[in-house]
Design a protein around this ligand. Structure first.
Ligand SMILES: *Cc1c(COP(=O)(O)O)cnc(C)c1O
Length: 370
């Protein structure tokens, strides 16, 4: 893939996009332009299709980064007297807890280690312990470590217990299989700039129509009111406030490329090849992954930092950046780590080259890995 001289972003978003997706932003659109509003409509239709949502689900797009859409979903869909269970195995789960606190919504945390996926058994125990729980807010792929939580099992359990499930699928949507037909999921949140390989700036919530319809007038926020956004768009075909026009145009192109690549399966397979190339190469350099292979999602990989006392992430980052690759700092509370993403418009070749650049950087900085 030809990417010019820009560094390759090995990060979970913003990430390296294709030249075609970037070129799609070279045109200005007016918000009254019917052609633009048809693009928005087509995005929504395609996004629902990716997760096999039928007529019972709608997609509500929202301006802003992914967190805006998470906050909009929680503030709009959870009644004030609801109680949300948050299985917590990382920073994005912790962010959901903070959002709920700001919204003054009752919440129960299920603390887990950062390398420990939630289990249906642990959720079920929490339901028994805390009968006031009405909702579960589940992060599908905890990007903090790259940890995969078992969404299908969680959805089946929520369905059986009559709990409403809201899923942060930010860094899994498009790459990992999610199927709304199995039931159990009321809402799914993601954004333009992750595995769909668009540019950042737009989130979206795929939500059961009946759940959204029941939420009119509930949001304490004007700008983050998902119901109002949906109702206005349905009535006028337009976005409620200034749309992120260039982001929408880029996502249209990115979704066309997604379909041409072969959809979720092909996207997931490419990321899995990237991830395998990355882990194999890094292990050959002496690095160890933080997660066990069976809970590692093929999106971002956390590596233990070198044990060398000279290790300093900022220096390492700058040197690898000079070699053309942008890494990501660790986001774990207990251990010193760094992260390397394997998503974006890149293939296993770029991963091999990135590993080679990391190897040269270790030599240049005279760093021992173990
Ligand atoms: C990226 C991400 C978000 C949203 O983060 P923003 O910085 O607001 O884009 C939320 N949850 C998860 C799991 C993520 O990976």
């Amino acid at each position: 893939m030809i990417l010019g001289n820009d560094p390759i972003l090995l990060t979970p978003g913003p990430l390296t996009t294709s030249p075609a997706t970037r070129e799609a932003m070279l045109r200005d659109w007016g918000s009254w332009d019917a052609a633009f509003n048809r693009i928005t409509q087509s995005l929504c239709t395609d996004l629902v299709g990716i997760v096999h949502g039928d007529d019972h689900y709608v997609c509500v797009p929202l301006q802003g980064s992914g967190t805006f859409a998470v906050e909009a979903a929680l503030g709009t869909l959870v009644p004030r007297d609801g109680c949300v269970l948050v299985p917590n195995n990382g920073a994005y789960c912790a962010r959901i807890v903070r959002i709920l606190q700001r919204l003054r919504i009752d919440c129960v945390e299920l603390p887990l280690r950062e390398d420990e996926p939630v289990t249906a058994g642990a959720l079920e125990q929490a339901f028994v312990r805390e009968p006031r729980i009405t909702h579960v807010a589940q992060v599908h792929l905890e990007t903090s470590a790259g940890l995969l939580n078992p969404l299908d099992e969680i959805a089946a359990l929520c369905k059986r217990h009559g709990k409403s499930l809201i899923v942060d699928a930010m860094s899994s949507f498009g790459a990992l299989p999610i199927d709304l037909r199995a039931g159990g999921i009321d809402a799914l949140v993601s954004a333009s700039g992750k595995c769909l390989e668009g540019v950042p700036g737009m989130g979206f919530v795929i939500v059961k129509r009946s759940v959204l319809d029941a939420s009119a007038g509930r949001s304490p926020s004007l700008a983050l009111d998902l119901y109002d956004q949906y109702a206005y768009m349905k009535k006028t075909t337009q976005w409620r406030f200034t749309p992120p026009t260039h982001v929408v145009a880029a996502l249209r192109c990115a979704l066309d490329r997604f379909a041409a690549e072969g959809g979720q399966r092909a996207r997931g397979a490419r990321y899995a090849r990237n991830c395998a190339a990355l882990i194999d190469g890094m292990q050959a350099l002496g690095f160890r992954t933080f997660l066990r292979a069976d809970v590692q999602a093929p999106v971002i990989v956390t590596f233990h930092a070198p044990s060398d006392p000279k290790w300093n992430f900022a220096d390492f980052f700058a040197a690898v950046r000079d070699a053309g690759y942008v890494l990501y700092p660790g986001k774990l509370t207990q251990v010193e780590t760094f992260r390397v993403g394997c998503i974006g418009a890149i293939d296993a070749n770029e991963m091999h080259n990135a590993v080679a650049a990391i190897g040269r950087t270790l030599e240049r900085l005279n760093l021992r890995v173990q």
